[in-house]
Design a protein around this ligand. Structure first.
Ligand code: ZN
Length: 226
């Protein structure tokens, strides 16, 4: 039996338990952009049920033209308001660059009509992706765009990547304030609370990272979007 036959068999079996009836508009009004990495299960990670969120995936969780298109549809036609971008440790796009396109062109005889979107700096590229989304004038809502690194290799934990502004503060919904507090929209809550490398105490120590305990972020996302 081919692998796709196996998938079809599973789908047939599971159809018996199917319960439809949900509207197409995501009830949590949130879109998640993440990598296609097989170790990431967005539904399990965030405790999402069918009908609750849009999930956009590609190699790397890159902000491509197609992702921006989908997010505009998501917000303008289907009512989502918040965007969570989830990158991860051990991503296959780490270390890749546009040289791959040239290698492929040498083999195939023409350049592909897409960019590779590889990166050398996981968090730096994530910050750039967040900035690109926040600057997207076609999006209706850019006030709840947050980025996370998911450790798929060792801990299963999410680490929020915040942006350090020129005055040394850290921005972002539910982000870390200058005095070390955690505020905002959706907040960062959950069993275990907020911990983190470098601590979240004071301007000097703000490392731009907030570790979110298991379950905490899903709650935050859900409340933030409600
Ligand atoms: Zn990846």
């Amino acid at each position: 039996m081919s692998v796709i036959d196996r998938l079809v068999r599973e789908a047939r079996r599971r159809a018996a338990a199917f319960r439809g009836g949900q509207p197409a508009a995501p009830s949590l009004r949130v879109a998640v952009l993440t990598c296609m990495d097989a170790r990431i299960d967005p539904a399990k990670l965030f405790g999402l049920a069918p009908g609750e969120a849009h999930v956009l995936r590609n190699a790397g969780g890159a902000v491509t033209a197609d992702v921006r298109r989908s997010l505009v549809i998501s917000q303008r036609l289907l009512g989502t308001r918040a965007i969570a971008v989830v990158r991860h440790t051990g991503c296959g796009m780490l270390g890749l660059d546009e040289a791959l396109r040239d290698d492929l062109a040498a083999e195939v005889g023409e350049h592909a009509d897409w960019q590779v979107h590889g990166f050398a700096d996981l968090e730096g590229d994530l910050r750039a992706a967040l900035a690109e989304l926040r600057a997207d004038r076609f999006l209706l809502h850019t006030d709840q765009i947050r980025g996370f690194v998911y450790d798929v290799e060792h801990t299963g934990r999410l680490t929020e990547v915040t942006e350090v502004t020129e005055d040394g503060g850290v921005t972002g919904d539910g982000g870390v304030t200058g005095d070390g507090g955690v505020t905002g929209d959706g907040g960062v809550t959950g069993d275990g609370g907020v911990t983190g490398d470098g601590g979240v105490s004071g301007q000097a120590e703000v490392s731009g990272r907030v570790e979110v305990a298991d379950g905490g972020d899903a709650d935050g996302l859900a409340r933030g979007a409600a």
